[in-house]
Every structure is written in structure tokens, then in C-alpha cells.
Write a protein of this length. Structure first.
Length: 83
């Protein structure tokens, strides 16, 4: 799990399932739905709030650059307003 230093909120969970890297990232509900429809490797987070969190399964149709952008978006959603 990766947390913000100041507010201690998590924005990425890292795990391995079936020998593959999986990241859980937070997102806006409307964007999450669109991502799930667009990418086979993005699914509702297995053990998180499925409205706000997605699993990114690496080795599929999500590029490294797209994954980095989703991590950055997740960070922006949890960071304190006055940072």
C-alpha cells in the first residue's frame, strides 16, 4: 500500500494474483466505468469499494504510461487541498 505522507490516505495498493502484478487505484466513479468498458485489464477492485477503486492487471491491454497516469489521478484524489 502507498500512502500520502501528510494525511496518511492510501492511493495505491500493490499485490500479486496468479503470478501477475495488480494495482488498486482510486478514481472517479464515472471515469472508472469508462475504463472498465475500454480495457479488459481494468476491473472493479476485488477487495475495495468497487465504485471508487479499480484493479489494474498488468500484462494485459493497459500500457505502463496509462498505469502511471491512473496512479497520478489516484494521488490527486486523496491529496490535501492545500498542498
Amino acid at each position: 500500500m502507498v500512502k500520502h505522507l501528510k494525511n496518511k490516505k492510501s492511493f495505491v495498493y500493490i499485490s500479486e494474483r496468479e503470478g501477475k502484478l495488480v494495482l488498486d487505484v482510486k478514481g472517479l466513479p464515472s471515469v472508472n466505468e469508462e475504463l472498465r468498458e475500454t480495457f479488459a485489464s481494468i476491473r472493479p477492485a476485488w477487495h475495495m469499494n468497487k465504485t471508487h477503486w479499480n484493479d489494474i492487471h498488468f500484462g494485459g491491454d493497459v500500457s505502463e504510461e496509462q498505469a502511471k497516469q491512473l496512479i497520478e489521478n489516484s494521488y490527486r484524489l486523496i491529496k490535501p487541498k492545500r498542498e
